[in-house]
Design a protein around this ligand. Structure first.
Ligand code: GLA
Length: 758
């Protein structure tokens, strides 16, 4: 598994009830033996594995002395399976062999007979071939849960059984690694699925409601019990909702449930509890509810987005006025430098300017409720990307399954859902548009020009459609021969590729290190800088401004030199995924690089993981809780980080839209001073990050990294403020009043209070 694919995927959409603890479980944690290589005899129960080494199944094999190791290896374990296991179980129909996650592919055998392939049960007569290798890479994150009927002759009751697992690792990390392998009987709760996690809450004012379904997936069993929905206030734990109902779920039947919670101005904990009739055993699932803080935009016209904009002389100019308010709306821009003109219907400003200089332009947006004016400073000079790019990128949602339709659909949502009225501008294709490196098809034409795969039949036309909407168009490549996903990349064709990009109307290039590892002579800074200067030179030779995004995960402190190779932004870490661990480790470690962020040069802690994500064909709602998502957007804005939405925009729910359209929060990110916040206080689990703003005030994020909500008193002198501060709550967009020496609040666990101090 490529390190670069370390994203997080949930393949299961329904939230299956966990096995209850009360029934017997045979742990398969210890006792495994391991052999590198491949031989089908290893599956045979009589095979002599006495010379094999022991191995743990709670960590990848690279961490156990096998680094590097890609390709085949076998795991074997001998285990006694007593018939008491089934006799003592409430359900006596199936045995479950759970192996946890396997990186990447597996064929699993019991007593010489295959029983599972890549997470799917296999019948004893399945042909053993290598087709199991033609499977999606994302299987590395998929639990292997196999079941066998109790009367299946492959199981030897009251005897020793040999389980053998043939593992194939595609690259990078490998092995059985989650450490929760076990044998047990299938528990009744495993026949229940609850899809609440896939169904977003709908909001009306502060009432959040949802409807979801419980399904009995067994075709034989009736499930009897009581279903309870119980919600409590996240901060004070008071019960705010409780409802119980008797359930008799016939085989394969479903039941719908709905409930509403009023006054949701913070998260509540909702417990979904199923109590089984036969033994009163309870299984519980929890979720935290979303809550909407961003006020709906006024009907009156209001101008949002960047206040400064840079372009080089004689390069195509495109800037669209971002304005909320009811439509129809007309636009104007007074004082435009010569060479630029505005389309008054759309607010799109185009042209090109030949003279260097600073131009103060008054943007105007007008509707029947009023007229808004705001100054935009246009700098025609050497620097572009004067504020961090705001856009959408295909990777965190579609991975390598991106196609032209998905890209266009995102661009359309920008307009339909009004995202562009808040400054969202770029529509970026990540990896997966090129021809696959190992395909027999030509990768380039006779002149060496890079070819697109069939999912992108006409890149120029796609660019034109995106530009026609007033949006900008981004693309992805790598300095090595192949991209991270194994597609054709720019090595030794840099200028030709830059020219193709210009021809297609590309405005943004993400340039991802990956296979350049094989070209670089060593790991020195010089070698790491080299390929980025090659593309820099190529980009200088074309007649377009292209925002240059370096992606090399922070190697050799890229923030110290990224600007010198023309980088407008540079990734500072490995890939993000939609877990609190990933988000908090990345977000709260952006400290050392802070002083290198400035207009034109940004630290990039990777893209956003809110909304429906998935890195491939199957998507899931982000695993971050609502408070974690508020933390995500608040922290990234304080950090002046590039904001690249990584979700399915056609599936935006009310809550996610609220996260992405708060103009006062986005204004922190787009602040013209371009100063990155730094932590001023770290105490217990509280971190206070402070950002200096161009208007002389400060934005302050008070984050709670702990698992309990916490009272906190911000003492102004601790963050360099003398006394008497006026405070505004940025998410709620309301003034909280004046405070003398301190400001007292409760910060939800993993959440934030984001304020501006005047
Ligand atoms: C790397 C990058 C990701 C994405 C993929 C594409 O992992 O860090 O952001 O671009 O490559 O293959």
């Amino acid at each position: 598994m490529k390190k670069l694919f370390l994203f997080f995927i949930t393949v299961l959409f329904s939230f299956n009830f966990l096995s209850a603890q009360s029934e017997q479980t045979i742990q398969l944690k210890d006792g495994w033996k391991f052999k590198v290589g491949d031989n089908l005899d290893y599956a045979k129960p009589g095979f002599d594995d006495s010379q094999w080494k022991g191995i743990q199944v709670d960590k990848i094999w690279e961490q156990q002395g096998y680094d590097p190791l890609d390709g085949y290896a076998w795991f074997r374990i001998k285990i006694f399976i007593p018939s008491s296991l089934k006799n003592n179980s409430f359900l006596k129909d199936s045995l479950k062999i759970f192996l946890g996650k396997i990186n990447n592919f597996d064929q699993s055998f019991i007593n010489g007979n295959i029983f599972g392939i890549n997470g799917k049960n296999a019948s004893a007569n399945t042909v053993i071939d290598t087709s199991f290798l033609n499977a999606p890479t994302i299987l590395w994150d998929y639990n292997r849960r196999y079941t066998l009927s109790v009367d299946d002759p492959r199981i030897l009751w009251d005897k020793e059984n040999v389980i053998a697992v043939r593992v194939f690792d595609q690259g990078g990390q490998g092995g059985i690694y989650t450490g929760n392998a076990a044998i047990s009987m299938v528990h009744i709760s495993e026949y229940l699925t609850l899809d609440y996690g896939q169904v977003p809450f709908l909001f009306k004012n502060k009432t959040a409601s949802k409807s979801f379904t419980i399904k009995n997936t067994s075709d034989q069993l009736t499930i009897n019990g009581k279903f309870i929905i119980k919600a409590e206030n996240k901060l004070n734990k008071k019960i705010i909702y409780e409802k119980a109902e008797e359930l008799h779920l016939k085989p394969l039947s479903t039941r719908n449930f709905s409930f509403s919670l009023t006054n949701q101005d913070q998260s509540s904990y909702v417990n979904y509890i199923f109590e089984f009739a036969h033994n009163k055993e309870q299984v519980t699932f929890k979720e935290e509810t979303p809550y909407i803080l961003t006020p709906a935009p006024f009907q009156k016209a209001k101008i949002n987005g960047a206040k400064v904009y840079g372009q080089r002389p004689n390069k195509p100019f495109l800037f669209t006025i971002a304005a909320t308010g009811s439509r129809p709306m007309t636009f104007d821009a007074v004082g435009l430098p010569s060479g630029l003109s505005i389309d008054k219907k759309t607010g799109i400003i185009i042209g090109s300017v030949s003279t260097k200089g600073e131009f103060k332009v008054t943007l105007v947006a007008k509707n029947k409720f009023g007229t808004a004016k705001r100054e935009l400073k246009i700098f025609i000079g050497d620097q572009i990307s004067l504020t961090p790019p705001m856009g959408w990128n295909s990777w965190n949602v579609w991975g390598l399954t991106v196609d032209q339709e998905k890209v266009l659909a995102s661009a359309k949502v920008y307009k339909e859902k009004g995202l562009m009225n808040h400054g969202w501008t770029y529509i970026n294709i990540d990896d997966g548009w090129e021809i696959v490196g190992n395909s027999p098809d030509p990768k380039r034409d006779a002149n060496g020009n890079i070819l697109c795969n069939s999912k992108f039949p006409n890149m120029k036309a796609l660019g034109d459609s995106i530009h026609a909407l007033g949006l900008k168009f981004g693309i992805y490549s790598s300095p090595g021969p192949l991209t991270c996903g194994g597609y054709t990349a720019s090595y030794q064709h840099e200028l030709l590729d830059a020219k193709s990009f210009a021809l297609w109307g590309i405005d943004y290039l993400k340039y991802d290190w990956c296979s350049y590892d094989k070209i670089a002579k060593d790991t020195s800074r010089v070698e790491r800088i080299k390929p980025y200067t090659v593309m820099q030179d190529a980009l200088k030779k074309i007649d377009r401004d292209i925002v240059y995004s370096l992606c090399q995960y922070g190697m050799s402190n890229v923030w110290e030199w990224g600007g010198s190779v023309g980088g407008n932004l540079w990734r500072t870490t490995g890939d993000i995924n939609d877990t609190w661990q990933s988000l908090s480790e990345i977000g709260f470690s952006q400290i050392e690089n802070a002083k290198y962020a400035k207009p034109g040069n940004w630290n990039d802690p990777d893209m956003l993981v809110v909304g429906w994500v998935g890195w491939g064909p199957s998507l899931h709602p982000t695993k971050l809780t609502p408070d974690e998502q508020y933390t995500h957007i608040s922290l990234w804005s304080l950090l002046s980080a590039p904001l690249l939405i990584g979700c399915d925009l056609t599936r935006l729910d009310d809550f996610t839209l609220n996260l992405l359209t708060n103009d006062e929060v986005l204004a922190l990110d787009q602040d013209p001073l371009g100063k990155q916040a730094t932590p001023k206080i770290k105490k217990d689990n509280i971190q206070v990050w402070v950002k200096d703003l161009s208007d002389g005030n400060k934005a302050v994020g008070i984050f709670n990294l702990g698992s309990e909500s916490q009272k906190y008193s911000l003492i102004f002198s601790d963050i360099g403020i003398k006394t008497n501060a006026k405070i505004r709550d940025l998410w709620r967009q309301n003034d909280l009043g004046s405070f003398k020496e301190k400001f007292e609040i409760v910060v939800p666990s993993h959440g934030v209070v984001l304020i501006k101090i005047f």
